[in-house]
Design a protein around this ligand. Structure first.
Ligand code: HEC
Ligand code: HEC
Ligand code: HEC
Length: 447
């Protein structure tokens, strides 16, 4: 063969390989493909409809139904700034190449969506195209909301018309080239937005289908819990196997026994989702705490049970970076050789600022929520969420009132936070962490 031919053959091989890699990324499985079976159009499904509000809510007025669905879809979490008016936008989504700001979706005509037609609203929600015809970034989970029925999407719209109009213009989104080219999102959308409504799976139970609708069309669990591919779309080959969301680790929630939630009972899962805590399994903080407060805690027990039914069928994926959580309390004495020598500064801080609520045993002196043992966060050798909880604190509504862990982000330096985080994982977890002050600085910036 001549040299020219060899060069040509090599180029052809590289092109074919590139095409294969691209197809592998672009044409992965859809969110519910793992379930197999055959899907039917909603009108043809013979079971109870998986869409709309649960039966206990069906007799309420349209606005109350819309409110229930708006909470299930958790629009408020992203469309509200810290301490800002609900739905008035202004929450920052920090990316390596700039910041996306969530818009105001209150009925204000100038700065909100009061002037939008229903058709424009449906298009933004499910296709990711705004009233000006501009493409939205997938920070807005339209690839999940695309599964919403017209009726449910319009019920959400009806509720949003009743929230107080806030006159507030969030800062403009500013990304660097080429990411500032919104038109590129049309290609993304073509590849990764399924652009179809929810189709029930005829081979699964009505509860499973309801759970699928709640988790995929509404709660967009995958947005945080499914890792992303090179093109920032969800990689459903590792569905729900865990990912990092806004500087927090959203853990593996597949059926894997050691590294996912396969070892949890149905009751534990239901309690964690509806109350943000299950004894011996930890307490939801950060973005999950918010999802519980604003969304999941408002769902009926039947809807939570349906979601658990669905979660149980997610194929197990093992994530060996997460060890099986340590069981049982740490010793009730202050001595703990491994932790004492690994993080002496951490011990000093823990003794001074933390044992009052957490106890040397980690069993929670304050209340059950403050139990450190068994929590995935405490057993995660990256200590990401442990550091985040120390930085931002956490708070949870209980029957006895608000239970609060104060934020220590202002009180402590990066080195102090790293030291106490490493002390906590070494003393109470399965594997010690070695978070550095530099990593803590990065975590602060990511939230
Ligand atoms: C995970 C975060 C997130 C959630 C949840 C979310 N949004 Fe958004 N939404 C965004 C972001 C970010 C943008 C702006 C995207 C951009 O600038 O390209 C946006 C844009 C929009 C827009 C376009 C507004 C405009 O002025 O251009 C509408 C309408 C909207 N969202 C409605 C909703 C509704 C209704 C829900 C709940 C069903 C919801 N969003 C849930 C993050 C979210
Ligand atoms: C905005 C991001 C986000 C969304 C949306 C979200 N999660 Fe989470 N989830 C997290 C984070 C972060 C954690 C870890 C919380 C912690 O350590 O305190 C978590 C933890 C969990 C856990 C506990 C796992 C463990 O091993 O401790 C379960 C179960 C869970 N989520 C289920 C769900 C389900 C079901 C949905 C959809 C209805 C959902 N999550 C939606 C971010 C999210
Ligand atoms: C005033 C009581 C109080 C103090 C002081 C306190 N905590 Fe907490 N902590 C709590 C409560 C309550 C929770 C559960 C909060 C929630 O998630 O809603 C918690 C949660 C945590 C968690 C997450 C547990 C899980 O389930 O994932 C960690 C880690 C933690 N605290 C570490 C610390 C450290 C380190 C200190 C000292 C620097 C500290 N706490 C000080 C009350 C406290």
């Amino acid at each position: 063969m001549s040299r020219g031919r060899i060069v040509l053959a090599v180029i052809a091989m590289i092109l074919v390989l590139g095409l294969l890699v691209f197809s592998w990324i672009a044409f992965g499985p859809g969110a519910m493909d793992f379930a197999g079976g055959h899907r039917v159009a909603l009108e043809k499904y013979s079971g109870t409809s998986p869409t709309g509000v649960p039966a206990d809510f069906a007799s309420t007025d349209p606005v109350a139904r819309g409110e229930y669905l708006t909470k299930a879809a958790d629009c408020q979490a992203c469309h509200t700034a810290k301490g800002g008016a609900p739905f008035a936008g202004g929450l920052a989504f920090k990316l390596p190449f700039g910041t996306i700001w969530s818009p105001n979706i209150t009925p204000d005509r100038d700065t909100g969506i009061g002037g939008w037609s229903d058709a424009q609203f449906l298009r933004a929600l499910r296709e990711g195209i705004d009233d000006q015809g501009q493409h939205l970034y997938p920070a807005m989970p339209y690839a999940a909301y695309t599964y919403l029925t017209d009726a449910d999407a319009l019920a959400i719209r009806a509720y949003l018309r009743t929230v107080p109009a806030a006159h507030r213009e969030p800062p403009p989104t500013a990304l660097s080239f080429p990411f500032n080219q919104r038109r590129l999102m049309s290609v993304w959308s073509l590849l990764f937005n399924p652009k179809r409504r929810f189709e029930p799976n005829a081979d699964r139970s009505p509860a499973w289908n309801r759970g699928a609708y709640l988790a995929e069309a509404m709660g967009h669990c995958g947005d945080c819990h499914t890792p992303r591919n090179l093109l920032q779309a969800l990689d459903n080959r590792h569905k729900y196997a865990g990912a990092v969301a806004a500087g927090w680790r959203a853990f593996n929630i597949t059926g894997d026994k050691a590294t996912g939630v396969g070892g949890w009972s149905d009751a534990e899962l239901a309690q964690y989702l509806s109350q943000g805590h299950a004894p011996g399994r930890g307490t939801a903080a950060g973005p999950m705490g918010e999802a519980v407060d604003l969304s999941l805690s408002h769902l009926t027990p039947s809807d939570i049970a349906a979601m658990v039914t669905y979660l149980r069928t997610i194929p197990p994926v093992s994530t060996p970076d997460q060890p099986r959580p340590a069981t049982g309390p740490a010793p009730a004495t202050h001595r703990f050789a491994a932790a004492d020598s690994a993080a002496p500064l951490g011990k000093k801080i823990f003794e001074g600022a933390c044992i009052g609520c957490h106890a040397w045993s980690g069993n929670g002196a304050l209340n059950g929520l403050a139990t450190l043992n068994g929590s995935r966060a405490v057993n995660d050798p990256s200590a990401t969420n442990v550091a985040q909880v120390i930085i931002s604190g956490a708070s949870r509504r209980t029957a006895q009132g608000q239970s609060v862990m104060p934020a220590f982000g202002h009180a402590y330096s990066d080195a102090e936070i790293a030291a106490v985080a490493n002390y906590v994982t070494t003393r109470f977890g399965a594997k010690p962490s070695s978070v550095t002050p530099k990593q803590v600085a990065r975590l602060r910036k990511a939230t």
